[in-house]
Design a protein around this ligand. Sequence first.
Ligand code: FMN
Length: 223
Amino acid sequence: MKVMHVDASAKRARSNSRALSRYFLERLRSEGVDLEVDYLDVSVDTPPHVTEAFAIATYTPASERTPAMKATLTSSDALCKRLLEADALVFAMPMYNWSVPSAFKAFIDNITRTGLTYVFTDDGGIEGQLGTQKVIFITSRGADLRPGSPFASMDALTPALKAAFGFLGVADPTFVDAQPLQFSNQEAREEALERARDELAAVASRWAQAEPSSQQNEAAAAL
Ligand SMILES: Cc1cc2nc3c(=O)[nH]c(=O)nc-3n(C[C@H](O)[C@H](O)[C@H](O)COP(=O)(O)O)c2cc1C
């Protein structure tokens, strides 16, 4: 399984979302899934923000782009290629100010591309091109935004991700949300992380069931 794994936390060793995304990949491996991982840390390799040149180039039909426009789109083209070549997308991020970390938003702005990650159909519709990938969002939140909590209505992260990736054809992404973390006591944090790990283990198991195992792949390669 070719996985594109994207982390977005500004924190490194102390990051919970990074630890959970690593845990998820470990679980997939321990379920026997043969993983090829394409890793991107958008907090380090942050895709460029939208510029005027990008805004013009991206909506100019590919056949009419000048060499300068093509150059403007090169890194975005490469990111789209990485997504389209993956079988599965693992996106991990913290909630920042109720929504997506700005580095991940820059990523979204770079991968939402006419003619690449979505296309216009003959009947005037729009067809997202990420409809075949398995997709999981692993999010970490300081507060508890689960239904019934006073913060539940503040969750602008989940709908933002559903809209952006739904447009690209991701109809039914999986969400594993670790909450509450930073703004809770030690016991509640540990429970939240345990709940998230349990959910991740269950998702890894589901993904593994649909995949040939590494042993099967080795056997096939030996034939
Ligand atoms: C700049 C900043 C903004 C934050 N905004 C929110 C927020 O709006 N709601 C929330 O529940 N937690 C918020 N948090 C807390 C983080 O979401 C939480 O600590 C999370 O576990 C961080 O994930 P990480 O450990 O992977 O970095 C914020 C943290 C930072 C650093």
